[in-house]
Design a protein around this ligand. Structure first.
Ligand code: NAD
Ligand code: TYD
Length: 342
């Protein structure tokens, strides 16, 4: 089978490319990525010369380019990871989120329809369900939870999901959607909570925790996410949505303290700063459908996964230090220094 993996130079897409190239040497993996600030070919260095792998640079929202690529390559399966993925950036500049996350998705759907793709898989997020209150730990997101978004990021992801489902109903395109909770693991871009805190703690710099740090996220190791997507593509039913998460809820403060403890750094580095606008309180996934229908079982819990992840950042300093030394600095100044967050 021939796979198109979009956004494969990013965090989750990169982990998925590694997983697929290594697990299925008989399949062909074409990685398409625009190499925005979040895309990094260093992430793909160790697969670069594998015979079943190829990289193509391009924009999922560039219709002519995408149609030419689909005509030439005749993909069997499309897995769409490509997106603008950071909530804080979506608050600063929503428009690119519409272009990439919505129009990029409809362009891929049109090309998939035109060139007879056998499975289109959309990588979505639990953020499309909005948030849950902190005082109702009995509530979880199921696949039936209504879409109720908070940020420009989650709104664009929800719009994309609705287009994916519409293409199944209207045109009979074979689609699946996965909605996962917050991922963590190797190759995570250091603008997101966990890698940002690891990198700053290692440099003994202050750790900007939004609000009171009591927001809850349900952490999923990226390896377990990749296994889930593979299962859904191969065994999932057309037109179905599958939630992915392993009941690993932690407050942000708990996560930050775990990192400090593992790195032997003092809690005095924690700095409570102005909250994010519209900040979702709690995400929590009910993964029963994926577990019972497709037999998914996560390998990591948060306690084992976070230690493995911290070790990866210690062993791969060059990967993230190269990022910190580039245009990232401008982003950090704008989002943290100029807002008085550090
Ligand atoms: P990321 O920001 O690390 O990577 C996104 C990748 O997409 C980058 O390599 C970037 O260069 C590429 N890209 C951006 N615009 C593009 C375009 N127009 N054409 C081609 N490539 C483009 O994101 P991630 O964290 O790996 O997330 C991957 C997917 O998973 C996204 O769709 C995101 O919404 C979803 N998701 C992520 C999380 C998470 O915790 N990271 C959780 C739930 C869902
Ligand atoms: P993030 O990694 O941006 O993921 P998401 O917003 O998609 O959940 O943030 C995770 C949580 O950490 C979220 O509640 C916001 C919080 N956070 C901070 O407290 N400080 C930071 O510097 C960042 C980036 C996030």
């Amino acid at each position: 089978m021939k796979f198109l993996v979009t956004g494969g130079a990013g965090f989750i897409g990169g982990n998925f490319v590694h997983y697929m190239v290594d697990t299925y040497p008989e399949d062909e993996i074409v990685c398409l990525d625009l190499l925005t600030y979040a895309g990094n070919l260093e992430t793909l260095k160790s697969v670069e010369n594998k015979p079943n792998y190829k990289f193509v640079k391009g924009d999922i929202a560039d219709r002519d380019f995408i149609f030419d690529l689909f005509k030439k390559e005749k993909f069997d399966v499309v897995v769409n990871f490509a997106a603008e993925s950071h909530v804080d950036r979506s608050i600063e500049n929503p428009e690119i989120f519409v272009k990439t996350n919505v129009m990029g998705t409809t362009t891929l759907l049109d090309a998939s329809k035109e060139y007879g793709v056998k499975r289109y898989h959309q990588v979505s997020t639990d953020e499309v369900y909005g948030d849950l209150p902190l005082d109702r730990p009995d509530l979880f997101f199921t696949e039936e939870t209504p879409l109720h978004t908070s940020s420009p990021y989650s709104s664009a992801k929800a719009a994309a999901d609705l287009f994916v489902l519409a293409y199944q109903r209207t045109f009979g395109l074979p689609v699946t959607i996965s909605r996962c909770s917050n991922n963590y693991g190797p190759y995570h871009f250091p603008e997101k909570l966990i890698p940002l805190m690891i990198a700053r703690a290692l440099d003994n710099e202050s750790l900007p925790v939004y609000g009171k740090g009591d927001n809850v996220r349900d952490w999923l190791h990226v390896y377990d996410h990749c296994v889930a997507i593979d299962l859904i593509i191969r065994k999932g039913k057309d037109g179905e949505v599958y939630n992915v998460g392993g009941h690993n809820e932690r407050t942000n403060l708990e996560v930050v303290k775990t990192i400090l403890k593992a790195l032997d750094r003092p809690e005095s580095l924690i700095n409570f700063v102005e909250d994010r606008k519209g900040h979702d309180m709690r995400y929590a996934i009910d993964p029963k459908k994926l577990e019972t229908e497709l037999g998914w079982k996560p390998k990591y819990n948060f306690d084992t996964g976070i230690q493995q992840t911290i070790q990866w950042y210690l062993d791969n300093k060059e990967w993230w230090q190269n990022i910190l030394s580039g245009e990232y600095q401008e982003y950090f100044d704008k989002m943290y220094k100029e807002k008085g967050r550090i």
